[in-house]
Write a protein that binds this ligand. Sequence first.
Ligand code: ADP
Ligand code: MG
Length: 261
Amino acid sequence: MILDLKNIYKTYQQGRIPVPVLKDVSLTVEKGDYLAIMGPSGSGKTTLMNIIGCLDKATSGSYSLAGNDITGMSENRLSDVRLNSIGFVFQSFNLLAKQSALENVALPLLYAGVKPRKRRELARAALEKVGLGDRVSFKPTQLSGGQCQRVAIARAIVNNPDLLLADEPTGALDSESGKAVMELFKTLNDEGMTILMITHDQKVANHAKRVKYIFDGMLSDVGFEERAEMAAQAASEWSRDAADAADAPKEEKKEAADGQQ
Ligand code: ADP
Ligand code: MG
């Protein structure tokens, strides 16, 4: 199992007022999985991603990643985990503007202490994998949004992480570039990469192998439309019951009247 979250709560402290955001979130992700977590704005998606990505700590609950218990780890060990086990893809790419695609992709390798020649070799291979072998020396300003996101994906996979985490990876892209990013994720997943993607877009979520939903900080298998359907059905059952209940006395009276004849 790559990821195991148990009973995670996250409460922010806004001055003296506690703001509960994540409420009893439990989630497991197996190796090779491709999971989308969907939810409306403000539902706690980024908060959850930050905890899974070891960028922030849960208020309570337990978390293990690739067999390591994250819950009690020091900041140093957490940064090792981030470097070696997780690849991040953000909505806004988060590339260094003055560095080339190759330098951007090589950056995690630099932090990991990989030698320069090996860094260039691995970074070039990652850029080739995302279809940008002919753009290695281009800077982010010389690339389209879709290409920037593919550079960011190359950077995320260059360390061969246990988990690829993506927060709204197509949020800043036009639909064509978004589609290309989704195709790339599919290829990476087919090759064995475990992916957890966060989105508010059902069309994007549909690319994953499975989808979970987050509402008001609670994780669920039931989506928005299904919920609306269930509510509509419950309402119609309720009104039928109410109508039956209203009819019942009449029936009784009728039976009584029938009995008198
Ligand atoms: P999403 O990514 O689904 O839009 P977020 O995880 O960013 O949602 O935010 C969920 C809720 O947590 C929001 O109501 C937001 O105001 C609150 N929140 C997020 N970060 C903080 C913070 N650092 N301090 C206080 N509240 C926060
Ligand atoms: Mg968010």
